[in-house]
Each structure stands twice: as structure tokens, then as C-alpha cells.
Design a binder for this molecule. Structure first.
Ligand code: C2E
Ligand code: CA
Ligand code: CA
Length: 428
């Protein structure tokens, strides 16, 4: 019987040579160890999207370089006390005591950096990262479950191909009984006239005047009560009901705009799901609105940039067609996830809406520097920036000092139904 007594052999058992990081085995040992602290921590699993394709087209040498650069980047961006391991393939695992918000910001900056590097070096392929996250104690006390949950969240993120990071907690709440109940109640939303629209003003930071409104859907269901669009829109996107919702939305906005803009020229922006750009229906509805007397500059659309959008020729073609109608396009929830500055030049985008999650952290110097950089680029190409979810005077003052163009949030007004809205406009 031969025994191996080579110390390096055992060292290699816990080590990944390609990235010079600890490996999966080491990560599991570390996870077990951390549970002894009794403190909550996050476990993140990150996977490089389309890594297999890169591997196939460019070979192992390039793939290994990419893995190595990611290892270096993770180490550069996660500066706090953190444990980073290569789990195998295109996957990395991270253990950190940082908060959800801090992690989101780090990953946002990291993705921003990757995308800028790629556009600078005119890379032939686009590399993005999806991450899933779970929290020890909050989600589970079992290490194996903690890992499973992070993977489940990652899977969800990969299918949605949206935000850079998905937390397990959020997923849990959308996969409950409520989802089934909501689905069952959809037919009564439009047929029983349970849906209605509210409009939230968007204010010019320097003049304090309303520049336009965002249309937001409300649903007061007879059995379930008020249901947030943040709950029902994702379900409607999955089961296809979103097309009927958007048809309702546009028809209602046409009626309301004809009232609101009797003596004005306000723009109302509509939230549009990316999947509605995969066929002509939306374009036809917008053309219909123009035929009904709506001026093109009275309407805008807001879309959340996703990987699907960026890589879908059909969607980009639809966006260009809508732009040619004279309808402006805004990128929604900027900073919350996937969005990357370098992609913005690929669409005819006029406005960037900065997500509330960044505005909440506006006092953080790294957020300020992200916003400064963003403003520089936007000003250069004539794009406007709207800060979303502005709730405090302090946030407003900082945004004003930065030179952000527009703000939206409870500090100025909650979303309003048409009647109070018309009254508000009269006071302007
Ligand atoms: P969103 O497009 O990011 O809309 C902004 C959300 O932030 C709205 O929530 C708004 O009420 C809320 N909000 C505005 N100011 C503040 C603030 O100062 N503080 C806080 N905490 N929240 C603020 P709402 O209306 O619940 O909508 C949630 C999401 O649902 C929207 O996010 C949008 O993605 C989606 N949505 C709403 N209406 C529609 C629609 O007609 N079609 C589609 N596809 N999606 C919609
Ligand atoms: Ca929006
Ligand atoms: Ca938004």
C-alpha cells in the first residue's frame, strides 16, 4: 500500500491553480467555520455567462485568462474581510459579512468596469456575470441549504438574465401561494375594471417645475385587495398577460393625455417589459395612439435593460422603430442590475433613470463618483438623468449639487390619479 506524503499534493486539494484561489472543498470548510461565529453572513455564487461559448470559440488559453482576471477583480473589489474561491467551471463562491446593499454596489462597479474594459478594447464577445446570494441565519442555518439557495437564486437570475445579483429571500416571496392566487385573478383585472392608472411627477432640479409624468399601474382586486405592480407584473410577464395589460395601459393613457394636455404639452412615460419588444404589437399600439391625436413628444417608454434586450436584434429593431415615431426611450432602474454604460450607445436612449437603491446610498463617496462619471458621459451625448425614489431634502441637495437633471419621488409627490394631477398642473 502506498501513501502519499507530499505536502504540496494536499495543498493542491484545496487550491485552484488557474485562478490561484482556494477551491470548492476549501470553501465548504470555510462555510462550516463561519457558522461558528453565530453571525449572519452572505454566500454569493457568481457564474460567468456564456463562458462555454467563449471556451469553444477562443480556446482554453483565453478562458483561463478570463477566469484569472475575474479572480483578480473579485479580490480587488471585495476589499473587506472576504473569502473568495473558485468553485469549478465558470463559478466563483464568495463569503462576506457585508450588507446586501454593499454587495450590490460592489458588483455594480465591477460589472461597470468589465463592460468599460470590453468597449475600450473593442472585445468581440460580451462577458457578463450572474450572481445568486443567500444569507446565513436569515434564510437557513444549514450550510448545504445555504449553498442550494444561492444556486437557486443564481438559476433564477440566469433565466431572467437581468440583474447582476439575485437574493434568495426575494425569490422566496415571489414563489408563494400568492403567485397562484394572482394568476387566477388576472381575468377580473381588466374585465371588472379593477385596474387604474396613477401618475407620478418628474421634476426639473433647477426650475422645480414638473417636466413629465410616469404612468404606474394599480390593481385593486376584489379578493386580494391592492396588489403591487412589483408583484403582479413579473407574473404577467411570465404568463403572457402583460400584452393585455400594456394594451389597457396605452388606451387609458391616450384618454388621460387628451384631458391633461388640453392646454399643455406634458410627456407621460410608460413602463414596458422587454418581451413586448419581440413583436410588432407595441409599435402598432403606439402608432394607434398617434392616430388618436397623441403627439409623439407626449409619450415615452421606460425599459429595463437586460441581457436579452442587448442581444436581441428584434428588440433593438423595435426600439429604433419606436424612436423613429418620435417617442423617447428611457432606461429604467439604472444601477439596480445588469445595465452597463457601454451598451447605452447601442440604442437611441434619451434618459437614464437611476434606481432608488443607488439614491438611498447617495452619501456614499463611491456612489457619488459613479454618478459623476455617469453625468459626464450623459452630458456629452445629451442624455438626461432622472433620480428615482428621492425621499429626503438631503438627497435632493446632493443630487442638485451633482448636477442631476430631474428627480422623482415622495419628497415631491406620490403617484396621483388623473383628477388631483390636473389640479396640480394648474398650480404650476
Ligand atoms: P418603477 O418603474 O421603478 O416605478 C417606480 C416605483 O417606485 C413605483 O412603485 C413608485 O410608486 C415608487 N416610488 C416613487 N417614488 C418613490 C419614493 O420616493 N420612495 C419609494 N419608496 N418608492 C417610490 P410601483 O408603482 O409600486 O411600481 C413598481 C414597479 O412596477 C415599477 O417600478 C415598474 O417596474 C412596474 N410597473 C408599474 N406599472 C407598470 C406598468 O404599467 N407596466 C409595466 N410593465 N410595469 C409596471
Ligand atoms: Ca419606471
Ligand atoms: Ca425605476
Amino acid at each position: 500500500m502506498a501513501f502519499c506524503t507530499d505536502r504540496n499534493y494536499y495543498k493542491n486539494l484545496y487550491w485552484d491553480d488557474t485562478t490561484s484561489l482556494p477551491n470548492r472543498k476549501a470553501l465548504f470548510i470555510e462555510l462550516e467555520k463561519q457558522t461558528n461565529t453565530g453571525l449572519p453572513f452572505h454566500f454569493i455564487v457568481c457564474s460567468i455567462n456564456r463562458f462555454k461559448t467563449v471556451n469553444r470559440w477562443y480556446g482554453y488559453e483565453v478562458s483561463d485568462q478570463i477566469l484569472h482576471s475575474f479572480a483578480t477583480l473579485f479580490q480587488k473589489y471585495f476589499t473587506e474581510d472576504v473569502f473568495i474561491a473558485r468553485l469549478g467551471g465558470d463559478e466563483f463562491g464568495i463569503i462576506t459579512y457585508q450588507s446586501h446593499e454593499e454587495i450590490n454596489l460592489i458588483l455594480f462597479e465591477l460589472l461597470e468596469y468589465i463592460s468599460l474594459q470590453q468597449s475600450k478594447h473593442k472585445s468581440h464577445f460580451t462577458i457578463t456575470l450572474s450572481c445568486g446570494m443567500s444569507e446565513y441565519l436569515t434564510d437557513t442555518k444549514e450550510v448545504s441549504e445555504l449553498v442550494d439557495y444561492a444556486y437557486l437564486a443564481l438559476e433564477e437570475r440566469k433565466t431572467n438574465q437581468r440583474s447582476s445579483v439575485q437574493s434568495f429571500k426575494k425569490m422566496k416571496t415571489t414563489n408563494t401561494l400568492l403567485e397562484l392566487q394572482v394568476e387566477k385573478e388576472f381575468p377580473s383585472m381588466l374585465s371588472k375594471k379593477e385596474a387604474y392608472l396613477v401618475y407620478q411627477p418628474i421634476i426639473d432640479v433647477t426650475t422645480h417645475k414638473i417636466v413629465h409624468f410616469e404612468a404606474l399601474l394599480r390593481w385593486n382586486n376584489v379578493n386580494l385587495g391592492m396588489i403591487s405592480p412589483a408583484t403582479f407584473i413579473p407574473i404577467a410577464e411570465q404568463n403572457g398577460f402583460i400584452h393585455e395589460i400594456t394594451e389597457y395601459l396605452i388606451i387609458q393613457v391616450i384618454q388621460d393625455l387628451l384631458v391633461l394636455n388640453k392646454d399643455h404639452n406634458y410627456k407621460v412615460t410608460l413602463n414596458i417589459s422587454v418581451q413586448q419588444l419581440h413583436n410588432d404589437k407595441l409599435y402598432k399600439l403606439l402608432t394607434f395612439a398617434l392616430l388618436k391625436g397623441i403627439k409623439p413628444h407626449w409619450m415615452g417608454i421606460e425599459i429595463i435593460e437586460t441581457e436579452t434586450l442587448v442581444h436581441s436584434k428584434k428588440a433593438i429593431e423595435q426600439l429604433n422603430k419606436i424612436h423613429h415615431l418620435g417617442i423617447e426611450i428611457a432606461i429604467d432602474d439604472y444601477g439596480a442590475g445588469y445595465t452597463s454604460l457601454s451598451y447605452l450607445t447601442r440604442f437611441p436612449v434619451s434618459t437614464l433613470k437611476i434606481d432608488r437603491s443607488l439614491i438611498i446610498q447617495i452619501e456614499d463617496p463611491s456612489v457619488i463618483s459613479v454618478l459623476k462619471g455617469l453625468l459626464l458621459s450623459c452630458n456629452e451625448i445629451g442624455q438626461k438623468i432622472v433620480a428615482e425614489g428621492v425621499e429626503t431634502k438631503k438627497q435632493f441637495t446632493l443630487l442638485h449639487a451633482l448636477g442631476i437633471h430631474y428627480v422623482q419621488g415622495y419628497l415631491f409627490s406620490r403617484p396621483l390619479t388623473l383628477e388631483p394631477l390636473v389640479e396640480l398642473v394648474k398650480q404650476q
